[in-house]
Design a protein around this ligand. Structure first.
Ligand code: PLP
Length: 421
């Protein structure tokens, strides 16, 4: 049996209807922006393996740091214990996060990062004796696949069996510069009907929705309104964090800073999983009490894992390096040039860009998990480029170390898709 057959014997893959798509694609090696299959065929990872491996796969600097840490301290319960990599990471993160962030809680992935953000918002009010059981979120947002995270995700298409268990969530559309008054009125109405505990949002770019983008200035009034009403603002930076939007965090582009920030994905540079949820001193203080029950009793076994922390520290050092900062600027310019070249193609409805995130809206009707989507995926893989269309959107979120020649190949493959489909 080959790897594919052995895989299908036991493995249940994420986001997969196995009856329709029984086989997964074996990858045996990865380096920089390149993935290799069993036959040695190369594929450019144009989506950084779900936006994680931003400094390139199997990055020597990161591996060396993780390896060093493995020989020193592998794992220790983080309830009641601490260690140098966790403390150093907390200091390094606080130095680059928006100034109002003061405390952080470790967890395991993007969904747990947002789940904790949601719990912080709900329990903040509970601890204060406020009756606030409802959350506010954008239509079409995505915040993960655990039950709380699913509740706030307007996007999830196949939520049917779980909806009756969801937290009560009210939804507002993305701000577009024209609907501000209507959105603010909606928030007031919702709040009057069922007081809102928190507002969770993906700042500037809604990843899973198809890299939908909106302007920083259009979010300002919403955040101000929430903070005025003491609705805890939770920025889900799981996708947008760590340089992708052209600054360390998408929240850097926005004047009003969130009360809570959720991090994961590129946090650990694609090497190991980890999530972190940060918050302001004010949020933390609402849990600081003689009453033990007012604490945030949330833990994951691998919270603050030393190897993950060492990896994250190495990632932040790379992010701050001159080389990566220069690469980010270069990629921004290449994308702008590509957009200019491609924008009048009859199959292109529109293009958009925020930092190194580039998205192209196809003028072709395509279902999110429909046949055409899989055909385009297969075609790109044959061309040696891993692209993952989301609905009618094709996007590029390639590692910061992608070279000009590699990026040209990604662009050429997209052009071929446009000419062919
Ligand atoms: C904005 C956002 N939040 C949360 C998540 C969930 O992260 P994870 O898949 O690590 O649970 C994702 C995943 O794509 C995401 O894009």
């Amino acid at each position: 049996m080959n790897l594919q057959q052995r895989d299908s014997a036991h493995i249940w893959h994420p986001l997969t209807q196995h009856k329709l798509h029984p086989f997964a694609m074996p990858i045996v090696k990865a380096k920089g922006a390149v993935l290799y299959d069993e036959n040695g065929k190369e594929y450019l990872d144009a989506v950084s393996s779900w936006y994680t491996a931003m400094y390139g796969h199997c990055n020597d600097f990161i591996i060396e740091r993780a390896h060093k840490q493995m020989q020193q301290l592998d794992q220790i319960i983080f309830s009641g214990f601490t260690h140098e990599p966790a403390v150093e990471l907390s200091e390094k993160l606080m130095a680059i996060l928006p100034e109002n962030q003061a405390k952080l809680m470790f967890n395991d992935n993007g969904s747990t990062a947002t789940e904790i953000g949601i719990k912080m918002a709900l329990q903040y009010h509970d601890n204060k004796g406020n009756q606030r059981k409802t959350l506010l979120a954008f239509e079409n947002g995505f915040h993960g696949d655990t039950l709380g995270a699913m509740s706030v995700s307007g996007l999830s298409v196949y939520n049917g069996p779980f909806e009756e268990f969801f937290i009560d969530v009210k939804r507002i559309p993305l701000p577009d510069g024209e609907n501000e008054t209507e959105i603010l009125r909606k928030i007031d109405d919702f709040h009057a009907g069922s007081p809102l505990a928190g507002f969770i949002y993906e700042p500037l770019v809604q990843g899973a929705a198809g890299m939908k983008m909106y302007k920083a200035e259009h979010l300002e009034a919403i955040l101000q309104k929430c903070q005025k009403l003491e609705i805890i603002t939770v920025a889900d930076e799981v996708m947008t964090g760590f340089g992708k939007t052209g600054s360390f965090f998408a929240s850097d582009h926005i004047k009003t800073k969130p009360d809570v920030i959720c991090l994961s994905k590129a946090l650990t540079a694609g090497l190991v999983p980890m999530g972190i949820t940060t918050c302001t001193q004010t949020v933390f203080d609402a849990f600081y009490d003689d009453d033990i029950g007012k604490g945030l009793f949330h833990a994951h076994t691998y919270s603050g894992n030393p190897i993950a922390c060492a990896t994250a520290i190495a990632g932040i050092e790379l992010l701050q390096s001159e080389e990566i900062q220069q690469n980010i600027k270069k990629i921004e310019t290449w994308h702008q040039e590509f957009a200019e070249k491609i924008k009048d193609h009859p199959k292109v409805r529109s293009t958009r860009q925020q930092g190194v995130i580039f998205a192209l809206e196809l003028n072709i009707a395509m279902e999110r998990y429909g046949d055409l989507r899989y055909k385009i995926f297969d075609f790109c893989m044959k061309e040696g480029v891993f692209l993952r269309p989301l609905g009618e959107t094709i996007y590029i979120l390639a590692p910061f170390v992608t070279t000009k020649i590699q990026m040209e190949k990604i662009y050429d493959t997209i052009k071929k898709v446009l000419d062919r489909f």
